[in-house]
Design a binder for this molecule. Structure first.
Ligand code: FES
Length: 109
């Protein structure tokens, strides 16, 4: 729920057994991104430092724009961003069909 999000602080939610989303509320906007940092694949983005619409990964400090997933320089790895919809105080995140990890049984067929 929207009321459960703290301003400028991330929360982590499971998408499934292997995938997580990090959700941030900044002002009246909500952003959802992959919780796994694209730099070294550490699931700590939700613990990142938020400034304006950017989050800095707590592991090595790479900074990503929460809207675009790009680094402010426009170069380097990009954080995956997800579409967010707010309805009646509930936060809905569009889960991508292609997950970062998919260890389902059919992955081994
Ligand atoms: S793992 Fe995030 S900046 Fe290195």
């Amino acid at each position: 729920m929207l009321k459960d999000l703290s301003p400028n602080k991330g929360m982590c939610f499971d998408i499934d057994d292997e995938n997580e989303v990090a959700v941030f509320k900044i002002g009246d906007k909500v952003f959802a991104v992959d919780n796994i940092c694209p730099h070294n694949h550490v699931p700590e983005i939700y613990n990142g430092y938020v400034e304006e619409k950017n989050v800095s990964c707590p592991v090595h400090g790479f900074t990503f724009n929460l809207e675009t997933g790009l680094q402010p320089t426009g170069f380097g790895c990009r954080l995956r961003t997800y579409e967010v919809k707010i309805e009646g105080g509930a936060v809905h995140v569009a889960v991508p069909e292609e997950r970062r990890f998919d260890f389902g049984a059919d992955a081994y067929e």
